[in-house]
Ligand binder design. Structure first.
Ligand code: ADE
Length: 239
Protein backbone atom coordinates (compact mmCIF):
# COMPACT_ATOMS: atom_id res chain seq x y z
CA UNK A 1 0.00 0.00 0.00
CA UNK A 2 1.29 3.43 -0.89
CA UNK A 3 0.23 6.26 1.38
CA UNK A 4 0.57 9.94 0.58
CA UNK A 5 0.25 12.55 3.30
CA UNK A 6 -0.32 16.23 2.63
CA UNK A 7 0.69 18.38 5.56
CA UNK A 8 2.17 21.71 6.55
CA UNK A 9 4.28 19.92 9.17
CA UNK A 10 6.14 17.00 7.57
CA UNK A 11 8.55 16.89 10.53
CA UNK A 12 5.69 15.67 12.74
CA UNK A 13 5.82 12.36 10.88
CA UNK A 14 9.46 11.65 11.62
CA UNK A 15 8.68 9.43 14.62
CA UNK A 16 5.82 7.05 13.95
CA UNK A 17 7.02 5.50 10.69
CA UNK A 18 10.59 5.06 11.89
CA UNK A 19 10.00 2.84 14.91
CA UNK A 20 9.10 -0.75 15.65
CA UNK A 21 6.83 -2.74 13.39
CA UNK A 22 5.97 0.21 11.17
CA UNK A 23 9.63 0.78 10.37
CA UNK A 24 9.94 -2.91 9.45
CA UNK A 25 6.86 -2.70 7.24
CA UNK A 26 8.31 0.34 5.45
CA UNK A 27 11.69 -1.38 5.05
CA UNK A 28 10.12 -4.53 3.61
CA UNK A 29 7.83 -2.59 1.28
CA UNK A 30 4.52 -3.62 2.88
CA UNK A 31 3.75 0.11 3.26
CA UNK A 32 5.29 3.03 1.46
CA UNK A 33 4.81 6.47 2.99
CA UNK A 34 5.29 9.62 0.94
CA UNK A 35 5.00 12.84 2.94
CA UNK A 36 4.45 16.00 0.95
CA UNK A 37 4.59 19.57 2.20
CA UNK A 38 1.55 21.52 1.02
CA UNK A 39 3.75 24.61 0.96
CA UNK A 40 5.72 23.08 -1.94
CA UNK A 41 2.64 23.44 -4.12
CA UNK A 42 2.34 27.22 -3.71
CA UNK A 43 3.63 29.69 -6.27
CA UNK A 44 3.74 33.04 -4.51
CA UNK A 45 6.79 34.56 -2.86
CA UNK A 46 5.51 33.89 0.66
CA UNK A 47 4.30 30.34 -0.03
CA UNK A 48 0.85 31.19 1.25
CA UNK A 49 -1.27 28.25 2.28
CA UNK A 50 -4.02 30.04 4.22
CA UNK A 51 -6.05 33.22 4.05
CA UNK A 52 -8.79 35.15 5.87
CA UNK A 53 -12.30 33.69 5.83
CA UNK A 54 -14.87 35.31 3.51
CA UNK A 55 -17.61 36.75 5.67
CA UNK A 56 -15.20 37.41 8.49
CA UNK A 57 -14.66 35.51 11.70
CA UNK A 58 -11.78 34.20 13.74
CA UNK A 59 -8.86 32.24 12.37
CA UNK A 60 -7.50 31.42 8.97
CA UNK A 61 -8.72 29.05 6.29
CA UNK A 62 -6.53 26.73 4.20
CA UNK A 63 -6.51 27.76 0.54
CA UNK A 64 -7.73 25.34 -2.11
CA UNK A 65 -5.09 25.84 -4.83
CA UNK A 66 -2.04 24.12 -3.25
CA UNK A 67 -4.11 21.19 -2.00
CA UNK A 68 -5.79 20.60 -5.38
CA UNK A 69 -2.42 20.88 -7.10
CA UNK A 70 -0.78 18.43 -4.69
CA UNK A 71 -3.55 15.84 -5.03
CA UNK A 72 -3.51 16.16 -8.82
CA UNK A 73 0.29 15.78 -8.94
CA UNK A 74 0.11 12.64 -6.78
CA UNK A 75 -2.72 11.15 -8.83
CA UNK A 76 -0.79 11.77 -12.06
CA UNK A 77 1.82 9.32 -10.79
CA UNK A 78 -0.67 6.57 -9.91
CA UNK A 79 -1.69 4.01 -12.57
CA UNK A 80 -5.01 4.84 -14.25
CA UNK A 81 -7.86 2.66 -13.02
CA UNK A 82 -6.67 2.62 -9.39
CA UNK A 83 -9.31 3.79 -6.95
CA UNK A 84 -7.61 6.36 -4.73
CA UNK A 85 -9.47 7.61 -1.67
CA UNK A 86 -8.65 11.19 -0.73
CA UNK A 87 -9.20 11.30 3.01
CA UNK A 88 -9.59 14.48 5.00
CA UNK A 89 -8.89 14.21 8.73
CA UNK A 90 -11.54 16.22 10.48
CA UNK A 91 -13.68 16.04 13.61
CA UNK A 92 -16.66 16.20 11.19
CA UNK A 93 -15.78 12.85 9.60
CA UNK A 94 -17.06 9.34 10.30
CA UNK A 95 -15.48 8.11 13.51
CA UNK A 96 -12.63 5.63 12.99
CA UNK A 97 -13.40 2.04 13.93
CA UNK A 98 -11.82 -1.34 13.28
CA UNK A 99 -14.41 -1.86 10.48
CA UNK A 100 -13.41 1.38 8.75
CA UNK A 101 -9.74 0.43 9.07
CA UNK A 102 -10.48 -2.96 7.51
CA UNK A 103 -12.42 -1.30 4.69
CA UNK A 104 -9.41 0.89 3.89
CA UNK A 105 -7.05 -2.08 3.51
CA UNK A 106 -8.62 -2.80 0.11
CA UNK A 107 -6.86 0.18 -1.51
CA UNK A 108 -3.37 0.15 -3.02
CA UNK A 109 -3.07 3.93 -2.74
CA UNK A 110 -4.46 6.50 -0.33
CA UNK A 111 -4.05 10.24 0.04
CA UNK A 112 -4.48 11.90 3.46
CA UNK A 113 -5.04 15.63 3.83
CA UNK A 114 -4.13 17.08 7.21
CA UNK A 115 -6.00 20.29 7.89
CA UNK A 116 -4.65 23.03 10.13
CA UNK A 117 -5.83 26.33 11.46
CA UNK A 118 -9.53 26.92 11.83
CA UNK A 119 -10.55 25.05 8.73
CA UNK A 120 -10.18 24.39 5.06
CA UNK A 121 -11.92 25.93 2.07
CA UNK A 122 -15.17 24.02 1.57
CA UNK A 123 -14.41 23.46 -2.13
CA UNK A 124 -11.62 21.07 -1.10
CA UNK A 125 -14.15 19.01 0.83
CA UNK A 126 -16.72 19.16 -1.96
CA UNK A 127 -14.61 18.52 -5.02
CA UNK A 128 -11.48 16.57 -4.19
CA UNK A 129 -12.04 14.80 -0.87
CA UNK A 130 -13.79 11.42 -1.12
CA UNK A 131 -13.89 10.47 2.57
CA UNK A 132 -13.69 12.29 5.92
CA UNK A 133 -12.44 10.57 9.04
CA UNK A 134 -12.41 11.66 12.67
CA UNK A 135 -10.50 9.82 15.37
CA UNK A 136 -12.96 10.80 18.08
CA UNK A 137 -15.14 13.50 19.52
CA UNK A 138 -12.46 15.93 20.58
CA UNK A 139 -10.50 18.60 18.74
CA UNK A 140 -6.82 18.33 17.82
CA UNK A 141 -4.87 21.33 16.60
CA UNK A 142 -4.48 19.67 13.22
CA UNK A 143 -5.10 16.50 11.27
CA UNK A 144 -1.52 15.15 11.57
CA UNK A 145 -1.95 13.10 14.74
CA UNK A 146 -5.25 11.78 13.41
CA UNK A 147 -3.58 10.71 10.14
CA UNK A 148 -0.93 8.82 12.14
CA UNK A 149 -3.64 7.00 14.08
CA UNK A 150 -5.60 6.03 10.96
CA UNK A 151 -2.47 4.94 9.07
CA UNK A 152 -1.20 2.91 12.01
CA UNK A 153 -4.55 1.16 12.42
CA UNK A 154 -4.84 0.34 8.71
CA UNK A 155 -1.16 -0.52 8.26
CA UNK A 156 -1.06 -3.22 10.91
CA UNK A 157 -3.93 -5.04 9.17
CA UNK A 158 -1.97 -5.39 5.93
CA UNK A 159 -0.61 -8.83 5.06
CA UNK A 160 3.04 -9.03 6.11
CA UNK A 161 2.84 -6.25 8.70
CA UNK A 162 2.56 -8.33 11.86
CA UNK A 163 5.10 -10.93 12.86
CA UNK A 164 2.29 -13.24 13.99
CA UNK A 165 -0.88 -12.34 12.07
CA UNK A 166 -2.92 -14.76 14.20
CA UNK A 167 -2.80 -12.12 16.96
CA UNK A 168 -5.27 -10.16 14.82
CA UNK A 169 -7.93 -12.78 15.52
CA UNK A 170 -7.90 -12.53 19.30
CA UNK A 171 -7.41 -8.81 19.80
CA UNK A 172 -9.93 -6.33 21.13
CA UNK A 173 -12.56 -5.03 18.68
CA UNK A 174 -11.96 -7.72 16.06
CA UNK A 175 -14.88 -9.95 17.00
CA UNK A 176 -16.86 -7.31 18.87
CA UNK A 177 -15.38 -8.22 22.27
CA UNK A 178 -12.49 -6.80 24.26
CA UNK A 179 -9.45 -9.01 24.62
CA UNK A 180 -9.08 -11.39 27.60
CA UNK A 181 -6.32 -10.78 30.21
CA UNK A 182 -2.84 -11.96 29.28
CA UNK A 183 -0.04 -13.17 31.56
CA UNK A 184 3.60 -14.09 31.11
CA UNK A 185 6.41 -15.21 33.44
CA UNK A 186 6.99 -15.12 36.37
CA UNK A 187 4.23 -17.49 37.44
CA UNK A 188 3.97 -15.56 40.71
CA UNK A 189 4.88 -11.87 40.90
CA UNK A 190 4.87 -10.05 44.27
CA UNK A 191 2.46 -12.62 45.58
CA UNK A 192 0.05 -12.31 42.64
CA UNK A 193 -0.30 -15.65 40.86
CA UNK A 194 -1.22 -16.33 37.24
CA UNK A 195 -4.74 -17.87 37.04
CA UNK A 196 -4.48 -21.62 37.56
CA UNK A 197 -6.40 -22.53 34.40
CA UNK A 198 -3.70 -21.00 32.18
CA UNK A 199 -1.14 -23.41 33.61
CA UNK A 200 -3.38 -26.45 33.20
CA UNK A 201 -2.46 -27.27 29.60
CA UNK A 202 -6.17 -27.97 29.02
CA UNK A 203 -6.78 -26.04 25.81
CA UNK A 204 -10.56 -26.34 25.89
CA UNK A 205 -10.67 -25.01 29.47
CA UNK A 206 -8.31 -22.16 28.57
CA UNK A 207 -10.39 -21.19 25.55
CA UNK A 208 -13.57 -21.26 27.68
CA UNK A 209 -11.95 -19.11 30.39
CA UNK A 210 -10.68 -16.60 27.83
CA UNK A 211 -14.08 -16.33 26.18
CA UNK A 212 -15.76 -15.76 29.56
CA UNK A 213 -13.19 -13.14 30.53
CA UNK A 214 -13.67 -11.34 27.21
CA UNK A 215 -17.41 -11.26 27.73
CA UNK A 216 -17.16 -10.03 31.36
CA UNK A 217 -14.64 -7.35 30.38
CA UNK A 218 -16.76 -6.13 27.51
CA UNK A 219 -19.95 -5.98 29.59
CA UNK A 220 -18.29 -4.09 32.45
CA UNK A 221 -16.01 -1.74 30.52
CA UNK A 222 -17.96 -1.22 27.31
CA UNK A 223 -21.65 -2.04 27.83
CA UNK A 224 -22.39 -0.52 24.39
CA UNK A 225 -20.15 -3.13 22.74
CA UNK A 226 -21.57 -5.86 24.94
CA UNK A 227 -25.11 -5.05 23.84
CA UNK A 228 -24.12 -5.10 20.15
CA UNK A 229 -22.25 -8.37 20.63
CA UNK A 230 -25.26 -10.06 22.28
CA UNK A 231 -27.54 -8.86 19.48
CA UNK A 232 -25.22 -10.23 16.78
CA UNK A 233 -24.97 -13.53 18.63
CA UNK A 234 -28.76 -13.76 18.80
CA UNK A 235 -29.12 -12.88 15.11
CA UNK A 236 -26.71 -15.69 14.28
CA UNK A 237 -28.82 -18.08 16.33
CA UNK A 238 -26.10 -18.64 18.91
CA UNK A 239 -27.63 -16.76 21.81
N1 ADE B 1 -8.56 17.34 13.33
C1 ADE B 1 -8.84 17.97 14.50
N2 ADE B 1 -9.46 17.16 15.36
C2 ADE B 1 -9.60 15.95 14.73
C3 ADE B 1 -10.17 14.71 15.09
N3 ADE B 1 -10.75 14.52 16.27
N4 ADE B 1 -10.13 13.72 14.20
C4 ADE B 1 -9.58 13.91 12.98
N5 ADE B 1 -9.03 15.05 12.58
C5 ADE B 1 -9.03 16.08 13.45
Amino acid sequence: MQIFILTLFPEMFEGPFKCGLFQKAVASGVVKVDIRNIRDYTHDKHHTTDDYPYGGGAGMVMKPEPIFEAVEAIKAGIPAGEKVPVILLTPQGRVLSQEIAKELTQFNYMIFICGQYEGIDERIREHIVTDEISIGDYILSGGELAAMVVINTVGRLLPGFLGSPESLFSESHTDGLLEYPQYTRPQEFRGWPVPEVLLSGNHAQIAKWRQEQSEIRTETRRPDMGKRWRLTKMENGLG
